[in-house]
Design a protein around this ligand. Structure first.
Ligand code: GSH
Length: 216
């Protein structure tokens, strides 16, 4: 297997997942700032042109972060980060998807069409006039999440899971690019600090991010 790695919250969440599971695979670095992920050699691997992806030994390529994580969990079930039963796995997927759809996707869209417009203008269809609305939508989602997770340690209840890793990495990135968690969201803030305290949170940061003070 080979992991095509880069700067960015999405590759980081797979790195954090691998660290938590003790999985080591060779990495090949792709320079997203220079647009290497949008050039022919990488597009042959992942036609979406997005980072990261995982190349299997038989040549197949898997992209989409949570799909990569689920594949790795199937290959190496322990420690279980999806869940031990169909019900636990369903809860993990539900929370991962809820946070992505209602919070981190609009947050990322706001970033691309707002602060990072110059980087993304030739890569994606941007909607600059929607950037502030997406920021508000993400904050509204955070406020709803805050009420939903009152009294629980992790997103999917009392077990640490992929939902925590994926959500943490995207929210950590968002906070570093001008979209912090509203301090009024006390439950989300406390949950975020619990995840941030795990050694994998620091170890999963990309060296370029560490050098530049970024959270990715
Ligand atoms: N839905 C994708 C999103 C991947 C994504 O947006 N990756 C970012 C890095 S964090 C990227 O490739 N950005 C550079 C670009 O789009 O050119 C996934 O889950 O893997």
């Amino acid at each position: 297997m080979k992991f095509y790695n880069s700067l960015g919250p999405n590759p980081r969440l797979v790195r954090m997942f691998m660290l938590e599971k003790g999985i080591e695979v060779p990495f090949e670095e792709i320079d997203i700032m220079a647009g290497e992920n949008r050039q022919a050699a990488y597009l042959e691997k992942n036609p979406a042109g997005e980072m990261p992806c995982l190349e299997l030994d038989d040549g197949r390529v898997i992209s989409e972060t949570t799909v990569i994580c689920e594949y790795l969990e199937e290959r190496q079930p322990e420690p279980r980060l999806l869940g031990a039963t169909p019900e636990e796995r369903a809860e993990t997927r539900m929370w991962t998807r809820r946070v992505e759809l209602s919070i981190t996707a609009p947050m990322t869209d706001a970033f691309r069409s707002g602060a990072a417009q110059a980087m993304f203008k030739d890569r994606r269809h941007l909607i600059p006039q929607a950037a502030d609305d997406w920021k508000e939508i993400a904050q509204e989602g955070l406020a709803r999440l805050d009420a939903q997770i009152a009294g629980r340690e992790f997103l999917a209840g009392d077990r640490f899971s992929l939902a925590d890793i994926a959500s943490y990495c995207l929210l950590d990135f968002g906070a570093g690019v001008g979209q912090p968690i509203d301090p009024a969201c006390g439950h989300v803030t406390a949950w975020f600090q619990r995840i941030a305290a795990r050694p994998s949170a620091q170890k999963s940061l990309h060296p370029v991010a560490v050098a530049g003070g970024m959270r990715a």
